[in-house]
Design a protein around this ligand. Structure first.
Ligand SMILES: *Cc1c(COP(=O)(O)O)cnc(C)c1O
Length: 235
């Protein structure tokens, strides 16, 4: 059965995104919507794909694998970009590197080294983001903001890994304004790093904002937002 709610939700999100983009005076800023599909079914994911969304975010390798295999048909697979957004354990790196296009949750040099090593074995350049713990009291994982320049330097010379930008998770609250300082911190941090990106990437990825606070994230410079409930739930 087609879940029409998903289409309506995505339409509404896109309207909000373009209005915000215009309001920030950057009508050409590309803002990638990643549909966070943890706990959702393959049928629901197909509905998201039908709406033209390519980014699929999962926070567990095992769950992602099942869905990845279910969507391996050429009708879906070539259009999809798989994003790892949850904490990644070293013993899951091998599988993660096989299926994910972007690992957003890299939170230690050791994990980065493991990723580069596994990527090398399958001749892959693995794109990653560094996860930043912008609010130490709330999130368990992530690098401290002050560690980022050093860690970036340390891992950017790994042979099979490409650091594309930064990601953060703001504390969960009912008031999106509480996220603003954390988002601002991430964007400012992204501007301090000498990214040395490839010619195709004009800007680093700044992945921040979830269903409750993506508007604030866009105002603060996000170019990738990760949405679960806003896409799948009743408004
Ligand atoms: C679950 C999750 C999201 C999406 O959360 P919603 O509030 O449902 O939009 C985004 N990012 C991460 C890292 C998540 O774990």
């Amino acid at each position: 059965m087609i879940d029409e709610r998903i289409g309506r939700n995505i339409d509404r999100i896109r309207q909000v995104v373009s209005a915000l983009r215009a309001a920030t005076g950057e009508s050409r800023r590309e803002i990638t919507i990643v549909a966070v599909t943890k706990g959702r079914t393959v049928e629901q994911i197909k509905e998201v794909i039908a709406q033209g969304i390519a980014g699929i975010g999962e926070n567990r390798v095992q769950e992602a694998l099942v869905k990845y295999n279910a969507l391996s048909h050429p009708r879906y697979a070539p259009r999809l970009k798989w994003h790892m957004i949850g904490h990644l354990q070293t013993n899951k790196v091998k599988e993660a590197v096989r299926i994910f296009d972007l690992i957003q949750s890299v939170d230690s040099p050791r994990l980065a080294q493991a990723i580069s090593k596994e990527a090398g074995k399958i001749n892959k350049q693995q794109d990653i983001l560094l996860e930043v713990q912008t609010s130490p009291e709330e999130s368990k994982f992530g690098l401290k903001p002050q560690e980022i320049p050093e860690v970036f330097k340390e891992i950017s010379c790994l042979p099979h890994l490409e650091v594309k930008g930064l990601m953060t998770i703001a504390p969960f609250t009912d008031n999106p304004e509480t996220s603003r300082p954390y988002f601002k911190m991430l964007r400012e941090l992204s501007e301090k790093i000498d990214w040395r990106l490839e010619a195709g990437d004009r800007r680093p990825i700044v992945s921040m904002g979830m269903s409750g606070d993506f508007s604030v994230a866009i105002e603060e410079g996000a170019n990738m937002i990760r949405l679960g409930r806003a896409i799948f739930s009743r408004p």
